[in-house]
Design a protein around this ligand. Structure first.
Ligand code: KG4
Ligand code: ZN
Length: 339
């Protein structure tokens, strides 16, 4: 079954063609991140305006790169929330209209379920390894940091989530404090190269608590005070970045380790923009090998950050497992909860 996926939840406009929920025939992502580089954030109206301009060309490009015709598309999957309302509407209105014109169903997908499915994506010519539930998935991006226990594609239990900033937000806000470019994850990670992870002490958030929640705002505040009270630390940028990055990843890994102590799983997945982080991946690989579980992260960087291929894949599994639910009309919702 071939699906067209559409994702416009934040500043990106993405369209993808995915076969059977796994093989990515194309995954086109047009981002207006560069526009917002100086701002440490996104201006919603600007983002939506850009998306209106490039939505149709991006879909055209996705069909072309996948070498498929409109008539090959059997369903459309589109992100219905959560995200920026104006941006989401560009995607859902486009998806519904095309579905009407092409006489195919249009399935609404929760953005987070899209991220959870990103580890199923395989680039063209790649080998689709068997993936086995139960799975512990850490989904960490600029908007959320969630720990999930997954018994199936549509059987997910939230074990913990960030009480304040998301992990990606900690990178983004930290980069802003350090005058590094947005998005902060890649810039802090690059600046941290060769730095001493022990150079500066950062707190262990929520240590001593039983909950599997996260909290990142304290780390950001510690960085702020470090730079205020020790301005000379700016001369050791790699040390500051390495220590800050290590504190964020250590907190994420502590959450995974605690969950592994309490729940039996066969695999650990790390998804979302922050899963692109090399330091996190290396430390997670050590942790998972100690626990004897398989670690998976999305196979390419494009599947880590927001992309339409993961939405198409999640739409596919929804249609396969719950065909009636997939057919239901859906609303576009900026703050969509997981039912
Ligand atoms: O999933 P995503 O593309 O968008 C959201 O749904 O938020 O994630 C973007 C976030 C940003 O906060 C960015 O700083 C972070 O992912 N990110 C990274 C890296 N690449 C992107 N964080 C740490 N290390 C990276 N290499
Ligand atoms: Zn995302």
């Amino acid at each position: 079954m071939i699906l067209l996926g559409i994702e416009t939840s934040c500043d990106e406009t993405s369209a993808a063609v995915v076969e059977n929920g796994r093989t990515v025939l194309s995954n086109v992502i047009s981002s207006s991140k560069a526009l917002f580089a100086a701002l440490a954030g996104v201006i919603p109206e600007e983002a939506a305006r850009k998306q209106v301009e490039c939505m149709i060309p991006v879909i055209g490009q996705a069909l072309k790169e996948a070498k498929v015709e409109r008539s090959d598309i059997e369903a459309i999957a589109v992100t219905r929330g959560p995200g920026l309302l104006g941006s989401l509407l560009v995607g859902t209105v486009t998806g519904r209209t095309l579905a009407e014109l092409w006489h195919v169903p249009c399935v609404g997908v929760h953005h987070s379920i899209g991220h959870l499915t990103s580890t199923w994506l395989v680039p063209p010519g790649g080998f689709a390894e068997e993936i086995r539930f139960p799975i512990l998935t850490l989904s960490a991006s600029g908007g959320h940091t969630d720990l999930w226990l997954r018994e199936g594609h549509n059987r997910n239990r939230l074990l913990g989530r960030s009480r304040d900033d998301a992990a990606g937000e900690a990178f983004d806000k930290g980069a802003h404090l350090l005058s590094l470019p947005y998005p902060g994850g890649p810039s802090i990670s690059k600046a941290a190269e060769g730095g001493d992870v022990q150079a500066y002490a950062f707190p262990h958030p929520l240590s001593g608590e039983k909950s599997l929640d996260f909290s990142f705002s304290g780390l950001k505040t510690s960085l702020k005070y470090l730079l205020r009270d020790h301005p000379e630390a700016r001369d050791d940028l790699s040390g500051v970045c390495a220590s800050y990055q290590n504190a964020i990843t250590r907190h994420l890994l502590d959450g995974i380790a605690s969950a592994l102590d309490r729940h039996h799983v066969l695999e650990v997945h790390i998804v979302g923009g922050v899963s692109a982080n090399t330091h996190l991946r290396e430390r997670a690989a050590e942790l998972c090998s100690r626990h004897g579980v398989i670690l998976r992260t999305p196979l390419t960087l494009a599947y880590c950050t927001d992309n339409a291929a993961m939405i198409a894949a999640a739409g596919y599994f929804l249609i396969q497992e719950h065909p009636e639910e997939a057919q239901k009309p859906f609303a576009t919702e900026a703050s969509l909860a997981l039912s």
